[in-house]
Design a protein. Structure first.
Length: 105
């Protein structure tokens, strides 16, 4: 699972570096959400909710603030972010064990 996450993160980083989306004058544009979605799916399966949140927040930071809420809602990323925050809060309060680590420790 770690290798899959590493590869997906590399693809997401490449999408962020792609000059095509950066040159587009449309203010709501952001790097390809599919790579971020793949990273988030893997992170969630690994119970790495904090990483999932950071990835989603980073992706959203590329969107002009006045369009961010609308794009997050339409793309489904806002719902994913809310769920990841809920899962992280639950993991932190219950001390759910992740591998050899204890969440929130």
């Amino acid at each position: 699972m770690d290798e899959a996450l590493t590869l997906a993160l590399e693809c997401a980083a490449a999408a962020e570096r792609d000059p095509m989306w950066q040159q587009d004058p449309i203010e709501w544009r952001a790097p390809a959400p599919a790579w971020i979605d793949d990273c988030c799916i893997i992170a969630r399966k690994m119970s790495r909710y904090e990483l999932e949140i950071k990835l989603l927040e980073r992706w959203a930071s590329h969107i002009a603030p006045e369009h961010r809420t609308d794009v997050m809602e339409k793309s489904g990323m806002g719902k994913r972010l809310d769920r990841a925050r809920t899962l992280l809060a639950k993991q932190t309060t219950t001390g759910h064990v992740i591998g050899n680590e204890i969440a929130g420790a």
